[in-house]
Design a binder for this molecule. Sequence first.
Ligand code: NDP
Length: 247
Amino acid sequence: MRFANQVAVVTGAGRGIGHAIAMMFASEGARVAVVSRNEANAMRTADQINELHAGLAKAYAVDVANRGAVSTMAEQILADFSRVDILVNNAGVTRDGLSMRLSEEDWDTVLDTNLKGVFNCIQAFERPMIKQRSGRIINIGSVAGLMGNAGQANYAASKAGVLGLSKTIARELASRGITCNVVAPGFIETDMTDVLPAKVKEAVVGQIPMGTFGKPEHIAGAVAFLASAEAAYITGQCLTVDGGMVM
Ligand code: NDP
């Protein structure tokens, strides 16, 4: 019960990695604000948590790229839970294509969601964290942001941006008792990677020393560590969880 009496906000918690992170926090005693773009997905995760741990979760449907909507959501979450101890910026999208053919819309959608969305949420919750002089911000990056990936100029740029943003936030908020770190997943079994052609999956697995895709729970475990008391003196770091892909 590492997170008893704490409140965690998890974006993109309707599915995949975010769902696993939300379930992990609830299983360790946290109350969870389940944020997803699609209301039905957010509700499903919140209902699942409440079935197992009554009263611990509430659902919020919001597009993290929409600054005004994020600000309204943050006010509502603070009204509902009184405080926020942990913010996990996990919501993310891909719109893949070789740089020569990448449309402006696909560039903007990915940067707006994956980078601006993270900034919107940090800005919405940093003030209450500063006031309470404690907080944990964990942003989900990607190995693509560390090493690039052909066909993902927009996605890799957004995730590299998340790294620079996180280190800056870590420096700005360290003296207020707030840490900010990145977890960079490799290839994890979710809807996002399910759409990859079998040949691409095979090629990817060939680059993973552990020889297999990871599970959402592997990412949740790393997030739990960075959010826990054990990680109190860690900030501005990137923890890669990728079966050894990047080393
Ligand atoms: P999924 O596609 O399975 O789920 C994405 C989640 O993000 C969904 O809950 C979705 O909401 C939410 N989301 C997307 N856009 C928005 C938005 N604009 N506002 C609010 N919520 C949004 O992805 P994963 O679980 O695989 O990925 C989670 C994170 O991990 C992402 O940041 C991704 O980039 C990163 N990552 C994933 C890897 C992988 O191999 N799977 C590898 C490296 C990084 P909804 O369900 O309501 O549509």
